[in-house]
Design a protein around this ligand. Structure first.
Ligand code: M6R
Length: 365
């Protein structure tokens, strides 16, 4: 059942290339230069006309929602807000007729997210679901939606669901941009780059042994900081969540630029800092942040593009992954962070598939 792997989590990390291929199948139509989202056909006009999109989710799904905010605002130019479902639900949110609420939930059973959907429906707003479990409550109660199609996720730590959620949000953002904000040529380029992602994830997974060695070095750390910017700020949050939930190491994720407003006070030689430093529009700024950490004896692990040797002198470890357009990098940069958390947790003797105090789906509010 674990496909020869010692844990479901590792199996689910390793099967991401095929999972993403399944998620994209029939949706990415390269010959016709278009995206097809069957479940949204009847509501697409209303989504395109939305004044505002509000994404509600919890945990890892909320992190995927944050990537979705960047994607939809960049490509579709529709304002997006991302809400913790629990907060949205209890603060009497202001919704207007042309708002659209998107609930993201792997299980489709998370009580807070379901309550947010019900609140949105009570206020008469169009609700969409992005779920993995077919026939789940959120999938049934939303007006329309898109399934992830990645198969069951058993490990409590969400991995392939995250990359699939981001993939679906990418498809949605591109669909919303079709014939509006992207030219045919730009669309073709974006779709081709998206089609290459599963193979690039495969290349990142080949770094497993290298990441295991890095995990071995840091396995006794008691704190970790994760920093990234732009599309990779949510990935920093996700990397930190993965580590804390399965290894019980305290970890925090921040937007890299926010470091100087507080967290930099934590840096000393006992603080490992994981930087996502892809060569995108934020790269130079991130490198300055790395320099600031190194100047305070922090120990830096950086994730950057293949062929980039510029960080070697600064960082303790540099993990090099295939480059991609910036909006697709979260699908690649999160993978080493999943593996790092996994290996550290195993080395610390933790129960990675069923960490203490956690359940796969949280059905209480
Ligand atoms: O099933 P859902 O996507 O609604 O679950 C939301 C969170 O409970 C979930 O992502 C949780 O944070 C995971 N354990 C993260 O790995």
């Amino acid at each position: 059942e674990k496909g020869g792997y010692p844990h479901f989590m590792l199996k689910e990390i390793m099967e991401q290339p095929e999972a993403l291929e399944n998620c994209l199948r029939g949706r990415l139509d390269l010959p016709h230069n278009t995206v097809k989202l069957g479940g949204l056909i009847d509501v697409m006009d209303r989504v395109q006309a939305a004044d505002r999109i509000i994404i509600c989710a919890c945990g890892t799904s909320w992190h995927a929602g944050l990537v979705g905010e960047y994607l939809i605002e960049e490509f579709a130019r529709i304002p997006v807000e991302v809400e913790y479902a629990s907060e949205f639900r209890y603060r009497n949110p202001v919704l207007r007729a042309n708002d659209v609420v998107i609930a993201i939930s792997q299980s489709g059973e998370t009580a807070d997210t379901l309550a947010a959907v019900r609140e949105a429906k009570r206020q008469g707003v169009l609700t969409l679901g992005i779920c993995n479990v077919v026939g789940s409550t959120i999938a049934r109660e939303t007006d329309a939606g898109v399934y992830l199609h990645v198969g069951p996720e058993i490990g409590v730590a969400s991995t392939k669901a995250f990359t699939a959620q981001v993939t679906v949000l990418t498809l949605l953002a591109l669909k919303l941009a079709e014939g509006r904000t992207l030219s045919e040529a730009e669309m073709a380029q974006a779709l081709r780059a998206l089609a290459e992602i599963p193979e690039k994830v495969r290349q990142v997974l080949a770094l497993d042994e290298e990441i295991r060695r890095i995990a071995h070095v840091y396995r006794y750390a008691s704190n970790f900081l994760y920093l990234g910017r732009g599309y990779n700020f949510p990935v920093a949050l996700e990397g930190a969540l993965k580590l804390k939930e399965i290894s019980y190491i305290h970890a925090e994720g921040y937007p890299a630029a926010e470091m100087k407003h507080g967290p930099i006070a934590l840096i000393d030689r006992f603080m490992p800092v994981v930087f996502i430093a892809m060569k995108d529009r934020t790269y130079d700024k991130v490198v300055s942040n790395i320099e600031e950490v190194v100047a305070r004896q922090g120990s830096v692990i950086a994730i950057t593009d293949e062929g980039n040797g510029e960080l070697d002198a600064l960082c303790e470890y540099v993990i090099r992954i295939p480059p991609a357009p910036d909006f697709l990098t979260p699908l690649l940069t999160v993978v080493p962070l999943q593996l790092l958390a996994y290996h550290i947790a195993v080395m610390r003797g933790c129960n990675v598939d069923q960490p203490r105090n956690l359940a796969k789906s949280v059905t209480v509010e």
